[in-house]
Design a protein around this ligand. Structure first.
Ligand code: PAF
Length: 280
C-alpha cells in the first residue's frame, strides 16, 4: 500500500493504474476511520480494482468556532486499517499541499447547500465542494463512495458531479450503526460516557418516526415531534430536526406527500451529531 503525500504523485499513480486497465475506486475521508468508512471501502473494492482512501481534515469546511483543532486524528491506526482492507493507496496530503498560501479558488453548489447543515454551518459546503473537487482532480477516480449519514453532503456532491460533468460515478453507502443504534461517526469519540448513552435518543426518535410513518402517520409536525421528544428528554441540544423532500431538500408541510428525508443535528455537550432516515 502506498502513502502518497503530493497531488502530482497521486495523479501520476492514478494515470499508471488507469493505463494498466485498473478502474479506480475512491473513498474520501477525514480519517479516524471506523466501521462506517470501512464499509465504504468494501463497496469501492467491489467496483474497482484499485482503491484509494484520502485522509485530510479539511480546514475550509469548518467554521471559526467549530472543532477543526480537536477533530480526532490517528494516522497510524488509519493506515493499518486501510492496509487490512486491501487499499492500494492512501492519499494523505498536508494543508499546504491542498491550499497553498495564495489559494483563492472555490467551488459552490447553490441550491442543496442552503438548508439543514448549510443554515447552521455557513460556508461548510463550499469547503466540502472545493476539497472534493481537488481530491477528484488528484485521484481521478472512476467511482467515488460517500456515506448516507451525511445525506445532504451526498446530495450536494451528486449535484456537483452532474453540474460540472465529472467523469465518475458517485455511490452512496448505507449508514452503519453501533449495536444501540448510534450512527458511527469519528466525532463519537468526543462523547463522554453519559453523553454517549444519551445520544442513542437521536436514532430512537428517528426510528419512532419511521415506525409511525409506516403505520400511516403523514403529518409533518407529528413526525418531527416524535424525533424531538426523546432527544429533549435525553438532554440533547437540538440544532435542527427537519422533514424535507428527498431529492431537493425542500420543507414538506403539512404532510409528507413524496419520498422524504427526516434529518437531525443535535449537540451532546460540545459534540454535534447528525443522523437521518428516509421516509417512503
Ligand atoms: O465526509 C467527510 O468526511 C468530508 O466531508 C469529506 C467528504 C472527506 C470532505 O472533506
Amino acid at each position: 500500500m502506498r502513502i502518497v503525500r503530493t497531488i502530482s504523485e497521486m495523479q501520476a499513480l492514478s494515470r499508471r493504474w488507469r493505463g494498466a486497465g485498473d478502474p479506480i475506486g475512491f473513498v474520501p475521508t477525514m480519517g479516524y476511520l471506523h466501521e462506517g468508512h470501512l464499509s465504504l471501502v468494501r463497496i469501492a473494492r467491489r467496483r474497482a480494482s484499485a482503491v484509494v482512501v484520502s485522509i485530510f481534515v479539511n480546514p475550509t469546511q469548518f467554521g471559526p468556532n467549530e472543532d477543526f483543532d480537536s477533530y480526532p486524528r490517528d494516522f497510524e491506526r488509519d493506515e493499518a486499517l486501510c492496509r487490512r482492507e486491501g487499499v492500494r493507496a492512501v492519499f494523505y496530503p498536508d494543508a499546504e499541499e491542498m491550499y497553498p498560501p495564495d489559494y483563492s479558488t472555490w467551488v459552490t453548489e447553490e441550491q442543496l447547500s442552503g438548508p439543514l447543515c448549510g443554515r447552521s454551518r455557513p460556508g461548510h459546503f463550499r469547503g466540502v465542494c472545493t476539497v472534493v473537487t481537488k481530491l477528484f482532480l488528484a485521484v481521478c477516480p472512476d467511482v467515488a463512495v460517500f456515506g448516507q449519514k451525511d445525506a445532504q453532503q451526498a446530495l450536494v456532491i451528486q449535484r456537483m458531479v452532474r453540474d460540472l460533468n465529472f467523469p465518475l460515478q458517485v455511490v452512496i453507502g448505507p449508514i452503519v450503526r453501533e449495536a444501540d443504534g448510534l450512527a458511527m461517526s469519528s466525532r463519537n469519540k468526543h462523547l463522554e460516557a453519559a453523553e454517549r448513552r444519551a445520544a442513542t435518543a437521536v436514532f430512537k426518535g428517528l426510528q419512532a418516526a419511521l415506525e409511525a410513518f409506516r403505520s400511516g402517520e403523514r403529518r409533518t409536525d407529528s413526525l418531527v415531534q416524535l424525533v424531538r421528544a426523546p432527544i429533549k428528554a435525553s438532554g440533547g441540544r437540538i440544532d435542527y430536526v427537519e422533514l424535507v423532500s428527498r431529492e431537493r431538500l425542500e420543507p414538506m408541510s403539512p404532510e409528507v406527500t413524496a419520498p422524504a428525508l427526516l434529518a437531525a443535528a443535535v449537540f451532546y455537550g460540545k459534540t454535534r451529531l447528525i443522523d437521518n432516515v428516509f421516509l417512503g
